[in-house]
Ligand binder design. Sequence first.
Ligand SMILES: Nc1ncnc2c1ncn2[C@@H]1O[C@H](COP(=O)(O)OP(=O)(O)OP(=O)(O)O)[C@@H](O)[C@H]1O
Length: 351
Amino acid sequence: MASSIGRAGPQTTMAPRDPDNPATPPAVVTVRGLTKTYRASGGWRRRAAGPAPRPANDAVDLRITAGEIFGLLGPNGAGKTTLVRQLTGLLRPDAGTVSLLGHDVVRHPELASRLLAYLGQEAGALDELTVSLAAETTARLRGLDLAAARAARDEVLGELGLEPLADRPLKRLSGGQRRLACVAAALAGDRPLLVLDEPTAGMDPVARRAVWSAIDRRRAERGATVLLVTHNVLEAETVLDRVAVLDAGRVIACDTPAGLKTLVDAHVRLDLVWRGEPPSTVPEIDRLRSLARVTGRRWTLRLPQERAREVVATVTRGEAFAALDDFTLATPSLEDVYLALGGRGEGLTRQ
Ligand SMILES: Nc1ncnc2c1ncn2[C@@H]1O[C@H](COP(=O)(O)OP(=O)(O)OP(=O)(O)O)[C@@H](O)[C@H]1O
């Protein structure tokens, strides 16, 4: 589709409805068969030995509808950033299509920046600017006149509690503060789609809450759609309407967090933290060791509810209890879903 959007973008752009099912909310992002393999410089085919590289994205399909907070969840290297960079027109796919609000951004990557606000993992070009100027400049680049850009700047700095740091260059801020300033710049000047790669990485709880309220306000008051990259399962469960779980470049599941959790709701997670060595004289403990994921003194077990009850009874008496520092029993999380779906296990965080 040819460009029919102005510099400011959102006012002249409507999300298209599904012609086969007009009752479903309109799509803001439609991805079909998206595939990308990074080639080593010089071309992997020219190398004498070694396997062909694996695709970073492998036939990914997604449909994100207007007003959703949609998540991409997966461990390091799952292909989340690669996917997002193709949506934002920064990386060309090998195959597949990406439509943003009805615009083909594979053919017209230059349109992407008019349709979406992208928060990448790095501060990059903003590092030399003050917090205030970073937000104002971004708003100006999005087509706002000076007065409107300054109003947008003041609003977002206020929302995120950044006024005391407004005159500091980003490069002189702490990691969490710099991230917050980058969020401010990403949110300055309206865009109908917010693509945020780990927006709250490194932030304290106060800053995290400010970011989530600012994002939620844009959805509630301005109808923004949000695509969020994360490997924090607790955050994903709290804020996402739907989530696509990525593993090794493929979408292995896509549903609401609650829908995904029904896949594993017969199980519970039991974490045992030992003071030192677990007691080898208790036979049940020896049997559990082979079922546990061991991280230092912590054993993590995913067990059917009935079995978990028996194990709790065992570890809360006698020698086992004396050796135990702490234990928690929890209902399944998206991490359990990810593991149950065949994910490789490491790399998702819970905090
Ligand atoms: N520029 C690049 N050149 C070659 N391989 C790359 C490049 N960028 C990413 N990859 C590879 O592509 C795969 C997907 O990487 P990607 O950065 O998309 O993962 P991710 O899910 O975003 O990870 P993270 O959570 O660490 O950000 C990985 O195997 C990675 O090593």
